[in-house]
Write a protein that binds this ligand. Structure first.
Ligand code: NAP
Length: 447
């Protein structure tokens, strides 16, 4: 543990993983001053831009995440990108330790014919969540059928947002232009393609159950080889509860409702057809795991069928962008590390740490980042006394370097102004807040 100090620490990424790391550093009582960087003008990362608009309860974690900024020794540097020229090398000159919590911000590729006609979930989620990266995005929802590929919670978020009553979405923080688009949407049928069986989906039961609660939406299951009984078996609790939902839906009489969700199990996409936009998705049956090789051989490639889709969204998991100046493993989409200490081949990169999805890959719920950050911060604290002092030790040096760059840096006071402004917009729509989805408009509010 430290004997010197105060220590200068940078945290790159103001999402839940970065802010849990800040909270853990403060809790340690070691004298630290912490600068938190984010490439976006606003804090909270995945909570603001990943959590679906109708999951308001999940967003209340913000009440915890904002607490570090009430401490004078913590400063927010928003709209600052860590990039070549202002990368890991540069930060190392200013800080004893740098904790990277940059997450996974892009879609995995599917590598099938016609993929370019599809959109990645990141872009669609960014659009409905008012992320500045999607300020120019728009989606044509005049078609009746949407295909979603993937059996994780992001697929469920997409299906729910597409099929939920827009009046209910109007009471969330969804941007006005997105709400308008959803109000005029013609989408009637969402097909979710999952390459494995009902017991192997990545869904969490609460989120899955919400699909069955959507008003005026029938749920259909295809190729659902449900185990005879989930009750009393050795399946884990999450799987059992998922299976209970599927069992209930498989016993429901279709209600002739105007909209529907179809879960296609053991089904993989092989092609997206269309010209300027998608027209259909070609899928094949995937052999169930546990089948004998002979069965698998017979089932492989079976029953190819074309299902109309005027919008195809890939929700097959996220991938990370490398951090300039840090090693990166493209296969796992992570920065190689040992308990949060960055490792280059076999060597520890002194003073550089990772936490969150860039450390362990895009899995887990928001709370998972708390224990992940605790592990990384324990490594930081153990190392602090042996780390070299920064060459440029004052925040003024950093401010001067940032002022010389083109982008206008935002600070915590700016966020409070924007926060109040968005809440004001919310009041006029009967919502808690309405997000401003683009950087120029955000800066206009601030300036
Ligand atoms: P995910 O949970 O990893 O699910 C990805 C899905 O895509 C899996 O079903 C996977 O199948 C499938 N897939 C992967 N590659 C594929 C391919 N080439 N072809 C067809 N299918 C493929 O990822 P996610 O949905 O993006 O979620 C990311 C994380 O955020 C998860 O931890 C999730 O729980 C979390 N999240 C939570 C919430 C919430 O709590 N409400 C909301 C959104 C996201 P296999 O299983 O066969 O690999």
């Amino acid at each position: 543990m430290s004997e010197r100090g105060p220590y200068r620490i940078a945290v790159v990424g103001a999402g839940p993983s970065g802010l849990y790391a800040v909270a853990a550093l403060l809790k340690s009582q070691v004298p630290v001053s912490i600068d938190v960087f984010d490439r976006l003008p606003t804090p909270y990362g995945l909570v603001r831009f990943g959590v679906a608009p109708d999951h308001a309860k999940m967003k209340t974690v913000i009440d915890t995440l904002r607490k570090p900024f009430e401490v004078p020794d913590v400063e927010y540097f928003g709209n600052v990108t860590i990039e070549p020229g202002f990368g890991a090398q540069h930060l190392r000159e200013h800080y004893h330790a740098v904790v990277y919590a940059t997450g996974s911000q892009r879609d995995r590729d599917l590598a099938i014919e016609g993929e370019e006609l599809s959109t990645g979930a990141v872009r669609f989620v960014n659009w409905y969540n008012g992320h500045p990266d999607a300020a120019q995005a728009d989606f044509d929802l005049r078609g009746e059928q949407v295909a979603i590929i993937g059996g994780g919670n992001v697929a469920l978020d997409l299906a729910r947002v597409l099929l939920k009553d827009p009046d209910q979405l109007g009471r969330t923080d969804i941007p006005d232009r997105v709400l308008e688009r959803l109000r005029s949407s013609s989408v009637r049928e969402v097909n979710i393609f999952i390459r494995r069986g009902p017991a192997e989906v990545k869904f969490t039961p609460v989120e899955l159950g919400q699909i069955g609660e959507l008003a005026d939406v029938d749920v259909f299951l295809h190729n659902a080889d449900l185990p005879r009984s989930a009750a009393g078996s050795e399946l884990d609790r999450r799987v059992k509860r998922n299976l209970e939902h599927f069992e209930e839906w498989s016993g429901r009489e279709p209600g002739g409702k105007p909209r529907s969700v179809h879960f296609w199990f053991h089904t993989r996409p092989v092609e997206i057809s269309g010209s300027a936009r998608p027209e259909a998705i070609v899928v094949e049956q995937q052999p169930a795991t546990g089948h004998s090789e002979q069965d698998a051989g017979r089932a492989a490639g079976r029953n190819p069928r074309s299902i109309p889709a005027q919008l195809v969204i890939r929700a097959i998991g996220y991938d990370a962008r490398p951090v300039p100046g840090l090693p990166f493993d493209p296969a796992s989409g992570t920065v190689p590390n040992r308990d949060g200490r960055v490792v280059d081949r076999t060597e520890i990169v002194q003073g550089s740490y990772v936490t969150g999805w860039i450390k362990r890959g895009p899995t887990g719920i928001i709370g998972t980042n708390r224990s992940c950050a605790a592990e990384t911060v324990a490594a930081v604290l153990a190392d602090l006394d042996s780390l070299p002092a920064p060459r440029l030790p004052s925040r003024n040096d950093l401010r001067a370097a940032l002022a010389a760059r083109a982008a206008r840096r935002t600070d915590w006071q700016d966020w409070l102004v924007l926060d109040e402004h968005e809440r004001g917009l919310g009041r006029s729509r009967g919502a808690e807040r309405v997000k401003i989805p683009d950087l120029p408009s955000i800066l206009a509010v601030l300036d």
